[in-house]
Design a protein around this ligand. Structure first.
Ligand code: AMP
Length: 142
């Protein structure tokens, strides 16, 4: 399978459509998932083009996981989470719906089940407020 530069995350990376941005450096952007499975669900997206984990450059992956760790730590603090789920899907059979590599960072709360994957769109004001909370917590660790 090939990389399609018209996928929605590529458009976000090119600034063609907006996102609720939390963090950006030369290699990675972090923004809120518009259909969060839990409060504070964020996506860590490398800027390098790859369809998913299977075709990603190992140098990109080596830089990615340390930032995922920081975002996870920040999310736990920002949302007073009891735990964090890290998810990553590959190809339609693996549950992937957007074909640009990304890692889901999902705060978890004792006794609370995850909402469905790509379920209900969250209100923009809520996403903006969650992005600000996560940004503030992340700035303490990056
Ligand atoms: P996956 O199924 O792993 O490819 O996940 C794609 C994720 O992207 C889903 O959780 C969607 O809710 C989320 N998503 C889709 N479009 C957007 C968008 N424009 N901005 C932020 N998140 C999005």
């Amino acid at each position: 399978m090939t990389y399609d530069a018209n996928n929605i995350f590529a458009k976000i990376l090119r600034g063609e459509i907006p996102c609720h941005k939390v963090y950006e450096d030369e290699d990675v952007i972090v923004f809120m998932d518009v259909m969060p499975q839990s409060t504070g669900h964020a996506l860590v997206v490398p800027k390098a083009s790859s369809r998913n984990l299977l075709d990603a450059d190992t140098a990109v992956l080596a830089k990615l996981l340390p930032l995922v760790q920081k975002v996870a730590s920040a999310a736990k603090v920002a949302f007073s989470a009891d735990g964090i789920s890290i998810m990553q899907f590959n190809e339609p059979a693996g549950g992937q719906t957007v074909f640009h590599l990304h890692i889901h960072v999902i705060p978890r709360f004792d006794g609370v089940s995850l909402k469905p994957h790509t379920g209900k769109m969250e209100e923009s004001a809520v996403l903006a407020s969650h992005a600000e909370k996560l940004k503030a917590a992340l700035s303490a660790v990056v």
